[in-house]
Ligand binder design. Structure first.
Ligand code: S3P
Length: 168
């Protein structure tokens, strides 16, 4: 099985993904990390030096490779489901799980985070407006996930159970 965790930045895709992969004995793949390793540059550097479109192309190329792998849990970048037919590709080849959070919870998680070029330098008010606006546009893609899970105070064991049931 291939599990794709999707959702906004700060929704816990990487944290839950690692824990889930551990429980299931699957490999864990973080798309940002994989791209960064492959290009020998941080995500921030890729955005700054090559531009966002190039980064999105790397995401698409990586996704096309991931859908051929077996027994993986993937933490997708927050923008992956919203480009081209990425969401169709994910749903055709894997189980998509949307880790859903309210704007205020996303903001509280992101306020002191670093390494995310789209939100760097934003204060709380700017971040709140950004998250609200972008989430509004992205929700229609995220909501195409096979499983939609409330990710606030979510326990990995509960996430695992839901995934097992959905995979039956
Ligand atoms: C992005 C999310 C980031 C990373 C890049 C762009 C986005 O990943 O891919 O900074 O467009 O939402 P995370 O969702 O893992 O933070």
């Amino acid at each position: 099985m291939r599990i794709f965790l999707i959702g906004f930045m700060g929704s816990g895709k990487t944290t839950y993904g690692k824990a889930l992969a551990g429980i299931m004995g699957y490999d864990f793949i973080d798309m940002d990390e994989c791209i960064s390793r492959g290009r020998q540059k941080s995500v921030e550097q890729i955005f700054r030096e090559d531009g966002e479109d190039v980064f999105r192309r790397h995401e698409r190329d990586l996704l096309a490779r991931l859908v051929k792998m077996e027994n993986i849990v993937v933490s997708t970048g927050g923008g992956v489901p919203c480009r081209e037919d990425n969401m169709e590709l994910i749903n055709r080849h894997g189980l998509s799980v949307y880790l859903k959070l309210e704007v205020r919870h996303i903001v509280s998680r992101l306020l002191h985070s670093s390494g995310r070029p789209l939100i760097s330098g934003k204060n709380k008010q700017e971040l709140t407006i950004y998250v609200r606006d972008v989430l509004k546009k992205r929700s229609e893609y995220y909501e195409r996930a096979r499983l939609i899970i409330d990710a606030w105070n979510l326990k990995t064991a509960d996430l695992h159970r839901e995934i097992q049931q959905a995979a039956l």
